[in-house]
Write a protein that binds this ligand. Structure first.
Ligand code: UD1
Length: 320
């Protein structure tokens, strides 16, 4: 029986966690319904037991959790604009799926579940950096759905003793992130487009900022969260980020250097549901997990561009 279950194992973050576990010689089961996950992302994960199934199906959750000790729950429809266009799907794939998974985990005797939370929970509160004591202020259906999952985590620790740990991710990027959807993360889209000599589109004036976090830092944070003593982390929520922010305009300039792109960006109307600035206080993850972001933004971006160059992928799509 595998020790670990990774949900969303064919997605960007899930496949990266699964790969790190396999590299450490661990036994892993992965589950994905391929709504946003990609079969191509399973390349290199052949040692993982894989289930093609949907977490909105309680039986699939039971099957996935059987015999497992630790779950990394990365499956979601991870997009603010997608949730604005179709909030019911986001609810089904984030909230229903999470509750089903928790119920199955409890029934199967899973010891710990590490949950992919989202910085979107902070909404557009002007305070920077965002720290965990702040009241949540979700402003998109996606943020509501991810936050509901956080509350379920804490409740399952309190009432059933299942060890849950919530990691609030801040704009994760890196190799394997999907550039092909209208809902793709901005850096995946920009890297592919600019390498192909295509003009990227900045929504708004480009002065919005993000705490972009390289995938290796997120994987490391997850492994630390799985290993930390229960008395320190069970029922806890913490930011997982770099702890620095950069504007989209500055990011575009760095990408010009890294990709050789010579043009200007196009500017379009700001996106509905967008927040202006995002920056994490990462002291809680430092205190509770000993987390330190080993890869800074620029180095992460360099590695991502190199990976895109070396990995011919599908072309990116134009924004809607
Ligand atoms: C949000 C959440 C993040 C979540 C992610 C999932 C916040 C602060 N972060 O990220 O936790 O995991 O959703 O999708 O709420 N943009 C362009 N051009 C493009 C694409 C995007 O200018 O082609 C802009 C967007 O308008 C936005 C910024 O880039 O201002 C970042 O967008 P995106 O990568 O989609 O992530 P967030 O919405 O910030």
């Amino acid at each position: 029986m595998p020790k670990y279950l990774v949900t969303g194992a064919a997605g960007f973050i899930g496949r990266s966690i699964a790969a790190a576990l396999l590299k450490r010689g661990q036994t892993v089961r992965g589950i994905d319904n391929f709504i946003t996950g990609k079969r191509a992302n399973l390349a290199g994960l052949e040692a993982m037991e894989f289930l093609e199934a949907d977490l909105a199906d309680p039986d699939a959750c039971r099957h996935a959790c059987a015999g497992v000790e630790i779950v990394f729950h990365e499956a979601a429809l991870a997009s603010v604009p997608r949730s604005v266009a179709d909030p019911a799907s986001t609810n089904r794939n984030c909230v229903d799926a999470t509750l089903n998974l928790l119920l199955a985990a409890r029934e199967a005797g899973v010891r710990r579940l590490v949950y992919a939370g989202s910085s979107s929970a902070y909404g557009d509160a002007p305070t920077l950096p965002k720290h965990e004591e702040m009241s949540p202020n979700p402003i998109s259906p996606y943020a509501v759905a991810k936050l509901a999952g956080e509350h379920y985590m804490r409740a399952f620790t309190r009432v059933y003793g299942l060890e849950t740990v919530v990691l609030r991710y801040f704009n994760v990027f890196g190799p394997y992130q999907d550039p092909t959807s209208h809902y793709s993360g901005v850096l995946a889209v920009f890297c592919r487009k600019m390498l192909a000599g295509e003009q990227p589109t900045i929504f708004g004036d480009g002065e919005q900022s993000r705490d972009f976090t390289y995938i290796d830092n997120v994987v490391e944070g997850n492994l630390l969260a799985a290993a930390a003593p229960a008395e320190k982390v069970a029922g806890q929520m913490m930011n997982l980020a770099t702890g620095a922010r950069i504007t989209l305009n500055q990011t575009f300039a760095i990408l010009c250097e890294l990709t050789g792109y010579r043009g200007q960006p196009a500017y379009a109307a700001p996106r509905s549901g967008d927040i202006r600035h995002s920056l994490a206080d990462i002291r809680r993850a430092q205190d509770l997990l000993g987390y330190r972001p080993a890869v800074d933004f620029r180095e992460g971006l360099r590695r991502t561009v190199e990976w895109c160059r070396a990995t011919p992928g599908p072309p990116s799509v134009a924004p809607p």
